[in-house]
Design a protein around this ligand. Structure first.
Ligand SMILES: [Zn+2]
Length: 306
């Protein structure tokens, strides 16, 4: 497990919030800085567990204060008066916790955005290896993990894509809080002013839920004109992306961060980032054109105090 953390951490270096964030309206995004990392990370399996144990624990401590939280201190007081005045609907309702103490439920629909995070202590309990159901050409040999319930539909979807002549692969799936911390710290060091745009602070990535996958396409380097590129907004032009846009909902997956979702999600367009939400909701979202976070805010109360 710890060996995995480091591997994901390395992956996290290039995929930060999941990938380079690029303004949604920018048709020609600037993401080349990511490519060199991809080369070094992609084929570094890092088998040594010893290295991991020294690296991982050190990181979260530095990261704990999530900077975005300080911007909105106001919503806290309002929770208290409501509780005293409303005696009825509170049998199951627990008081809202600060987001850094939040443990999401086991369901598929916890809200995770740049505003609403989860605890560093949260990790899914039912992670399985992608390699249990997917071949090396799809996992790239990475020791990626995902929640158990997601693996069968994912494998089914990949099989359908391959039957259609496509060659999808999976660059990232579950990422631990520690792995995300390492990625976030790297961005803070490199571009402190833009870290919040380029990356997700630890606790704010859907990858920590274990239900989210980043896809890759062998067509991307040719389209972008960079041999080592793994993540680029131009992914939307690949055959794999076009297929996913049309069909992913049939397998329960939805694109988390479409164009113009920034205001609610805090993330720019990430055409490679799909989250499993089940066929019913994914189909509803596909049919209505609504994106997941917008639907969640309509159907769920705020999950925590940012
Ligand atoms: Zn992602």
């Amino acid at each position: 497990m710890k060996a995995l953390l480091l591997t994901f951490a390395l992956l996290g270096l290039l995929i930060a919030g999941c990938g380079p964030a690029v303004p949604a309206d920018a048709e020609i995004p600037v993401t080349p800085a990511v490519a060199p990392l991809a080369a070094s990370v992609e084929f570094t399996p890092v088998p040594s567990a010893t290295a991991t144990s020294t690296v991982v624990p050190a990181i979260p401590a530095t990261v704990t204060p999530i900077p975005t939280a300080s911007a909105t201190p106001s919503p806290i007081p309002t929770a208290t008066p409501t509780a005293t005045e409303t005696p009825i609907p509170s049998p199951t309702a627990e008081p809202l916790r600060p987001c850094d103490q939040r443990i999401p439920d086991d369901g598929l629909l916890p809200i995770i955005t740049q505003k609403f995070a989860m605890s560093r202590d949260f990790a899914p309990s039912d992670l399985v290896k992608l390699s249990d159901a997917l071949p090396n050409r799809v996992t790239l040999g990475y020791p990626s993990e995902i929640r158990e319930m997601v693996l069968p539909p994912l494998a089914e979807m990949i099989a359908a894509m391959e039957s259609a002549g496509l060659k999808p692969f999976i660059i990232s799936a579950y990422r631990s809080y520690a792995a995300q911390s390492i990625a976030w710290n790297k961005w803070l060091q490199r571009e402190p002013d833009r870290a919040a745009i380029l990356s997700a602070p630890p606790g704010h990535s859907e990858h920590q839920l274990g239900t989210t996958v980043d896809f890759g396409s062998p067509e991307l380097p040719g389209i972008v004109g960079e041999e080592d590129i793994q993540f680029h907004t131009y992914f939307y032009m690949t055959s794999e992306s076009r297929w996913l846009e049309e069909n992913a909902h049939l397998y329960g997956f939805t694109l988390s961060y479409p164009r113009d979702s920034f205001e609610l999600t805090g993330f720019y367009y990430e055409p490679w980032h799909y989250r499993y939400v089940g066929v019913d909701l994914a189909t509803q979202l596909k049919d209505t054109g609504q994106f997941l976070t917008a639907n969640q805010f309509e159907t769920q109360p705020p999950p925590c105090i940012p």
